[in-house]
Design a protein around this ligand. Structure first.
Ligand code: SF4
Length: 471
């Protein structure tokens, strides 16, 4: 029996001059594209879209182009390309800034606005929009939950996943399992807890992490792709998956692809020097029999993993390790929810607000349950419901002031406290609150960013996206 006919998952590890060249050689080693795509197939390519700023935060479009060409060569009828962005941003903005629709059209493929933001930005009435939503999204029941998945994905004959791998603060790397999760609209990916669940319980059992893992795996179980391609040719290490000040772009010249998504993710982690058994996302996938029975079942083709593996620098494990001028982090006990959101907010401030944080006075940033009393208690940012509730009796909420006439000391309310509520807080709301809280002259970077977002229709599109999601 040839390798390609074997039931064991095949994973090709290819090293070469470009991701495109690696893909062509890899698909050859996996038996040729016609093993996977048949004449007349409608194919959906799930790519990585994080923020509308290009590569390596999103997929490498030259690689996507080569995959499109090979599917066409195999006789594919239609090739759709798409993804919901990992952050809640309208796809119309991605198209405005990256020209995705016309780019893929010239290649004979179709960029799909999975959120229909190309439609609802025209004048359509509510009834038309509701009909459009009902036509474009399919209800799927997962346990007691009802979620909606785009029909274009469920109706496609074949799915290929192309993932731009970067470092990830929760699961070592942004693997294909995580990329595949964004076939769901943001509404069905977001995890928020209301006041009915005790924060202590969420933190104690890291419910956020448990729920996130189970949602990611449930989505993968809906439908498995025929091919998975993990692009690690260039990969962001130290901080990611977005480009941050502490990120470092590493060139590996490698592409890892294969017939089983979990197996491709396992080999990718091994190639990047991580211990697969310490990755709870993959461990749970194995427990649920979503991958191969044993890791030793994975049949490797191409490069010798032992000889070419590298050691990728992982992202910080403690928020205190994100060093920002004038901001000092004090963490209490936190779950993965606040860790993830604070990780992105702090890295964002350290990258896109670097002048701003130099202008503001020393601040303490408190997060989690019962954080230590702040070192700088004049200016405090309290992040998340756990920190807000558990610091209610802390000293920093008041300060001592001397009266002008009699020079007597009196206790007054400290007004220099910014509370960012939520369980976990929402990144965009946090930015909005920060923008409103400080003097605009103290925030030249954020001020500029807000103006750019306004001129790029970001707020306008997002308002409509929210309305669309609520329909
Ligand atoms: S407030 Fe933050 S740390 Fe506390 S339970 Fe919610 S997400 Fe977790």
């Amino acid at each position: 029996m040839s390798d390609t006919n074997s039931k064991k998952p095949l994973v090709a590890v290819m090293k070469g001059k470009s991701p495109e060249e690696n893909y062509l050689e890899g698909i050859d080693k996996l038996g040729g594209i016609s093993q996977y795509i048949k004449e007349g197939d409608n194919v959906f390519l799930k790519i990585t879209l994080r923020v509308p700023l290009g590569y390596p935060m999103n997929s490498n479009m030259d690689l996507v182009k080569e995959v499109i060409y090979s599917c066409k060569k195999a006789g594919a009828n239609k090739i759709f390309i798409g993804s919901f962005p990992s952050e809640k941003i309208a796809l119309k903005l991605f198209d405005d800034l990256m020209g995705l629709e016309s780019y893929f059209k010239t290649l004979g493929a179709e960029f799909v606005y999975l959120d229909n933001s190309d439609y609802y930005n025209q004048k359509l009435n509510v009834k038309n929009l509701k009909d459009l939503k009902a036509d474009s999204l399919k209800d799927i029941n997962i346990g007691e939950k009802k979620i909606k998945v785009p029909e274009v994905i469920t109706n496609s004959d074949k799915i290929i996943v192309i993932t731009q791998v970067n470092i990830n603060p929760l699961f070592m790397c942004d693997l294909s399992l995580i990329n595949y999760f964004s076939i769901l609209p943001a509404k069905f990916r977001d995890i928020k807890y209301d006041n009915n669940i005790l924060n202590e319980e969420i933190v104690k059992n890291d419910l956020f992490r448990q729920d996130l893992i189970s949602n990611i795996l449930n989505t993968y179980a809906i439908r498995k792709p025929i091919l998975t391609i993990n692009d690690v040719f260039y990969v962001l290490e130290k901080a990611g998956p977005l480009i941050y000040r502490d990120s470092n772009l590493k060139k590996t010249n490698v592409l890892i692809m294969g017939t089983d998504l979990i197996s491709v993710d396992v080999i990718t982690l091994r190639f990047l020097g991580f211990d697969v058994f310490k990755n709870d996302l993959l461990s749970r996938a194995f427990e649920r029999s979503l991958g191969p029975e044993h890791i030793s079942d994975i049949k490797l083709i191409g490069e010798d993993l032992g000889k070419i593996s590298i050691k990728l620098n992982q992202s910080c494990l403690k928020l205190e390790d994100i060093k920002i001028p004038n901001i000092f982090v004090n963490s209490g006990k936190i779950c993965s929810g606040c860790f993830l959101k604070a990780y992105h907010l702090l890295n964002f401030m350290n990258s896109r607000m670097i002048k701003d944080v130099k202008y503001i006075p020393n601040h303490s940033f408190l997060v989690g349950l019962n954080p230590p009393e702040p070192q700088f208690n004049n200016n405090v940012i309290v992040f998340g419901d756990c920190a807000i509730k558990s610091t209610k009796n802390y000293k920093f909420y008041t300060k001592i002031k001397k009266t002008l006439l009699k020079k007597k000391e009196k206790e007054v309310k400290n007004k220099n406290i910014l509370t960012l509520s939520g369980c976990p807080p929402d990144f965009k709301n946090c930015l909005k609150q920060i923008f409103e809280y400080y003097d605009k002259s103290d925030l030249p970077n954020l001020n500029y960013l807000m103006r750019s977002l306004r001129t790029s229709n970001f707020f306008e599109y997002n308002k409509k996206l929210n309305k669309w999601e609520d329909l």
